[in-house]
Design a protein around this ligand. Structure first.
Ligand SMILES: N[C@@H](CCC(=O)N[C@@H](CS)C(=O)NCC(=O)O)C(=O)O
Length: 202
């Protein structure tokens, strides 16, 4: 059985998995999925009806990007994206959760903004201030280390890069002036083939 990833080109959550697959050089069939009109085949794999969903070579079906990334890291350990030490691993998982929460807020803001005249301005302000709060945390982290957890590339960076890449797609790159350390980190990561080949496009 070949490995298959159900994804959409712009999904920041699916991008996390695509970057990890590319970094680990794991061949994978990419199955573009219509999430506005979900097929029964897709819903049978994923009762939550969201991408990404991974079907691995052994037939294992996994959804939720964080679980997929952790599974891939445990099953195919090189290169590793979680630290081995227990507490450091917990900190890594927490950083990934924070990055995913950032992504959730960016997606939420985009849904509000694109409503146009019907948009809820209070909700927009709340999303924006939460986004800035988390970007501020990452900016501070990046002042202390090369990457967002420590001096190596981890699942935190991959999740944050995917969320901030989606932010750039929807709202442009003005954020780079406000968060220069994150901007530097973001632009450096774009030298990697795994990042370049997964940039979301209109
Ligand atoms: N927590 C999930 C979030 C996945 C998610 O929200 N995916 C979006 C695409 S970016 C989706 O499939 N939405 C379809 C829907 O909600 O109907 C993960 O990390 O995998």
């Amino acid at each position: 059985m070949s490995r298959t990833l159900y994804y959409t080109q712009r999904s920041p959550y699916a991008r996390k998995v695509r970057i990890v697959l590319a970094e680990k050089q794991l061949p994978c069939q990419l199955q573009e999925t219509d999430i506005k009109n979900k097929s029964l085949e897709f819903l049978n794999l994923s009762p939550i009806g969201k991408v990404p969903v991974l079907v691995d070579e052994n037939g294992l079906v996994l959804w939720d990007s964080t679980l997929i990334v952790e599974y891939l890291d445990e099953t195919y350990p090189e290169p590793a994206f979680y630290p081995n030490a227990r507490l450091e691993k917990i900190r890594c998982r927490q950083g990934e959760e924070l990055a995913d929460a950032l992504t959730d807020m960016i997606v939420g803001l985009w849904y509000e903004v694109r409503k146009g005249d019907g948009a809820n301005l209070v909700a927009q302000t709340q999303y924006q201030s939460a986004i800035d709060r988390v970007l501020g945390v990452f900016e501070q982290k990046r002042k202390e280390s090369l990457y967002l957890l420590n001096d190596t590339l981890t699942a935190v960076d991959i999740a944050a890069l995917s969320g901030i890449g989606y932010y750039s797609l929807r709202f442009g790159k003005d954020w780079q002036q406000q968060y220069p350390k994150i901007a530097q980190w973001f632009n450096q990561l774009h030298r990697r083939e795994s990042v370049q080949s997964t940039i979301p496009r209109e």
